[in-house]
Design a protein around this ligand. Structure first.
Ligand code: HEC
Ligand code: HEC
Length: 386
């Protein structure tokens, strides 16, 4: 069973239970909360922010191809409090966390070089005997997110990062791109957390790096916001164990990147240490040029541009957790002219990460409007509706 499908089923089950009116534990909203304050029984993954803690759970699910309820039991579907209950897989996982920490400490100076994925690779029980079928079959298709630059001097010469970015700037409207300074947009969202039901979305964006995305879920609003310096995530207690928490580290870096990418005219200044030289790559039958840059917080970001149109079709960034690094991919499509400005923006994007997947579709966009500064501040914790 694929992880993503498993997640969907878990969320569908959770939503059904909620719809039936079961009581769901209410997460406490606090300013800066670390794992052992937010949760009931954290023994190994202590002292990390809530978001990072949830990303470690996504990491486990991805590494072992398990559903949350495989480790946390069916009762976890009815209450966040039940996630604190023990199960054999949870107990083994705690032992595995200690084992992995010991391996990394003894061999790699404590850096998370060996992770759950190194051994498990999507298996609940890692395979120990080499597979002859694997050895003598065609190599599997390349994962576009895994692509790495070739050593300098090897392979065909590729476009420089500057050339790729110039083509992109031309494709999105040239000088007109700088004329977009803010916008509000309406559209729909569907993903695992909405059980693939289309829900209304509002996006508020202001150059260079402010953005607020509000998904009106059935049980309350999911809000992700950054003012370019700090960021927040808020959601209803049916959907998140902690209803309001600050974004830090890789999550803040990522939210800022999403905000900045909303204003294509500034792309060259958004990242530093640009590099090209990735091997030729085709994603979904489209040949792409890949380049990489670093955020202000030194996070790696890979950007994939359609070789024919020059448009950005994919970004991959990374969030570091105590058990290893998780990738976050965004796939952009449906580029349209923003009315009256002459700049092109993607009206559709799909976000894919280890514990979720969701698609945004913009249906109406209003450029260069005044947006209340409070939109980009700390959101109110979501009131429960039941
Ligand atoms: C491979 C097993 C495994 C999977 C899969 C898994 N978890 Fe966990 N989870 C754990 C372990 C182990 C802990 C305890 C960590 C510790 O003690 O430091 C934990 C703890 C938690 C807690 C804290 C409970 C409390 O109050 O103490 C929450 C919430 C949680 N997990 C949510 C999830 C969600 C949501 C998913 C699905 C994305 C998930 N987990 C997937 C193993 C797993
Ligand atoms: C060095 C290799 C290695 C690493 C790294 C590793 N595991 Fe394992 N894990 C194993 C092996 C081998 C088994 C199977 C043991 C057995 O068959 O009894 C296993 C079993 C498990 C099981 C029990 C599966 C079952 O069906 O009983 C869980 C849960 C698990 N690992 C979680 C994790 C988590 C979470 C991490 C990362 C923190 C991790 N493992 C990292 C090698 C590894």
């Amino acid at each position: 069973m694929s992880v993503t499908r498993a997640w969907g089923q878990w969320l569908a089950a959770l939503l059904m239970v909620c719809a039936l009116g079961a009581t769901v534990a209410r997460g406490q909203a606090q300013q800066v909360q670390i794992s052992e304050q937010a949760f009931k029984d954290v023994r190994e993954l202590r002292g990390i922010p809530v978001k990072e803690f949830m990303e470690t759970m996504g990491f486990f699910a991805a590494a072992l191809a398990l559903n949350c309820s495989d480790c946390h039991g069916e009762a976890s579907g009815s209450s966040w409090a039940n996630y604190a209950l023990d199960s054999p897989l949870k107990t083994t996982s705690r032992r595995m966390i200690r084992m992995v920490n010991a391996i990394n400490k003894a061999n790699f100076g404590g850096a998370p070089v060996i992770t759950c994925f190194t051994c498990h690779r999507g298996n609940q029980r890692p395979k120990a005997v080499p597979s002859l079928a694997l050895q003598y079959s065609e190599p599997p298709e390349e994962d576009p997110d895994e692509i790495e630059p070739l050593a300098p001097g090897t392979g065909r010469p590729t476009l420089t990062a500057d050339q790729v970015l110039d083509r992109y700037l031309q494709a999105v409207g040239g000088a007109a791109a700088a004329k977009l300074t803010s916008y509000t947009a309406k559209g729909t969202y569907d993903g695992f957390d909405s059980d693939f039901e289309q829900r209304p979305v509002d996006v508020y964006a202001q150059a260079p790096d402010k953005r607020s995305t509000v998904v009106h879920m059935r049980v309350g609003d999911n809000v992700t916001v950054t003012d370019g310096r700090v960021g927040w995530q808020a959601g209803p207690s049916d959907l998140t164990p902690v209803t309001l928490f600050p974004l830090v580290g890789g999550s803040l870096d990522g939210a800022r990147l999403d905000a900045q990418l909303g204003f294509p005219g500034q792309i060259k200044q958004m990242l530093t240490d640009w590099r090209s030289g990735f091997p030729p790559l085709t994603v979904d039958d489209v040949p792409v040029d890949v380049i990489e840059g670093r955020t202000a917080a030194r996070g790696r970001v890979k950007l994939y541009f359609d070789r024919k149109t020059g448009l950005l079709v994919r970004s991959v960034r990374y969030s570091r957790t105590v058990v290893g690094t998780v990738p976050i991919t965004v796939v952009y499509s449906d580029y349209r002219d923003v009315p009256g400005v002459g700049v092109k923006l993607p009206y559709k994007w799909e976000v894919i990460w280890t514990n979720g997947r969701g698609t945004f579709n913009i249906t109406a966009l209003q450029p260069n409007v005044a947006i209340d500064a409070a939109r980009f501040g700390r959101p109110a914790p979501q009131a429960a509706r039941n």
